[in-house]
Design a protein around this ligand. Structure first.
Ligand code: 13P
Length: 252
């Protein structure tokens, strides 16, 4: 498992072929930032093309089905993502949990399927605004981790956790640095408990309104091992500014 900062762009349901220009620009510049690990999760329709167009960055899916194949119209299996050239997939994004009713156990089954197909997996967790206001954020996230994370030998090496407070996604709002630090410490504790020694190497990404102007501060927080970036990953210029901030952080 790499210990470089991991900067992942989640394009969500955005991107036609014209977006390959941005991906190529990101890939070309990523070669100049060897101190960060950079990846993009485009819509499924572009995975194969991105793989073809990019030499340096990782390419991954945004979700997968828990079954390998079968009568699941419209779904995509982890084996298909792998076959299309993916290195990893995101599972359990709050948009999947909220819009598609995915539970912790669904997310865990998907993460297990991803690992079985030979992919790395980024498992997303995060509290809603009501849960934070009620002072339950740490408890909710710890419960999500317990229920969503795949267990077993060799899992930790291919696992990344992304903490994305639901209320910070696409809103321009971010938690205080103290709150990010407290959450990431708490997630680390849970990972240590589940994976013992191997837990300490699992990177914990922060996601939710990460932009060029707040990336340095967020990436400097202890236990923040990178960022999962939505809107700002849609242009090479804004995404590369975040990658640059991650590298500058190491140089300091
Ligand atoms: P934004 O960066 O647009 O807030 O999205 C975050 C996110 O959901 C990434 O998975």
């Amino acid at each position: 498992m790499s210990n470089l900062p991991y900067i992942v762009g989640n394009w969500k349901m955005n991107g036609l072929r014209a977006m390959l220009t941005e991906a190529r620009a990101i890939d070309r510049s990523a070669a100049r930032y060897p101190k960060a690990q950079v990846a993009l999760a485009p819509p499924t329709t572009l995975i194969f093309r991105l793989r073809d167009a990019c030499a340096v960055i990782g390419v991954g899916g945004q979700d997968c089905h828990s079954e390998e194949s079968g009568a699941y119209t419209g779904d995509v299996s982890a084996a298909m993502l792998k076959d299309a050239g993916s290195d990893f997939t995101i599972v359990g994004h709050s948009e999947r949990r909220a819009i598609h009713g995915e539970t912790d156990s669904t997310v865990k089954a998907k993460a297990e399927a991803a690992l079985a197909a030979g992919l790395g997996v980024i498992v997303c967790v995060g509290e809603t605004e009501d849960e934070r206001d009620a002072g339950k954020a740490l408890k909710i996230v710890s419960k999500q981790l317990d229920g969503s994370l795949p267990k077993g030998e060799g899992v930790a090496e291919r696992l990344t956790v992304a903490y994305e407070p639901v209320w910070a996604i696409g809103t321009g709002r971010v938690p205080s640095i103290e709150d990010i630090a407290a959450m990431h410490q708490s997630i680390r504790k849970t990972l240590d408990k589940i994976y013992t020694d191997a837990g300490s190497d699992i990177r914990i990404l922060y996601g939710g309104s990460v932009k060029a102007d707040n990336a340095s501060e967020i990436l400097a927080v202890s236990e923040v091992g990178g960022a999962l970036v939505g809107g700002a990953s849609l242009s090479a210029e804004s995404f590369l500014a975040i990658v640059g901030a991650a590298c500058a952080e190491i140089d300091d």
